[in-house]
Design a protein around this ligand. Structure first.
Ligand SMILES: [Cu+2]
Length: 154
């Protein structure tokens, strides 16, 4: 996947705000090698929106040294991994760097609103609350795993 620097303010509504998720419903966990992917979810989109953002958590274990290298979903024409940040009250996002996507030891890779997220560019159809959307994560060492992202408003 080409790593182009994108600057797409129109997408910010899909990756921005949202409250903390401490009480979020816990979706199933999926293990791949020494990694566990947990709580994959996606925020529902308005009918006219053509972008959406996926979030999930990857947890390692003692000997893990891995990296998320690619993500795909049949519901997205293209997928990118982004990092949101806020400076002077203005939220922006950029393509995540490889060093943003490592899982080392028992550390966690957390994708969440206003942080790292998987950007679904060109939603094939609107994302409706209650559905489950397949998302395939590819790790450098552990390989690929497909999880079901729960579409819910948080
Ligand atoms: Cu984004």
């Amino acid at each position: 996947m080409a790593l182009l620097l994108l600057w797409l303010p129109a997408m910010l509504t899909a990756c921005g705000d949202g409250s903390p998720t401490a009480d979020a419903t816990t979706a199933g966990e999926v293990a791949i090698g020494d990694l566990v992917v947990s709580d994959p979810w996606i925020r529902p989109t308005a009918p006219v929106a053509n972008v959406a953002a996926f979030y999930f958590t990857v947890t390692g274990s003692d000997d893990v040294d891995d990296r998320l290298v690619a993500v795909t979903s049949p519901r997205c024409e293209a997928v990118e991994i982004h990092q949101s940040s806020e400076q002077d009250g203005v939220t922006s996002m950029r393509l995540a760097e490889p060093e943003d996507l490592v899982v080392i030891g028992t550390g966690r890779l957390q994708l969440e609103p206003n942080g790292l997220h998987v950007m679904c560019l060109g939603t094939v159809e609107p994302v409706t609350a209650g559905e489950t959307i397949p998302l395939t994560l590819q790790f450098e060492h552990a390989g690929s795993v497909t999880v079901g992202a729960s579409a819910e408003q948080r």
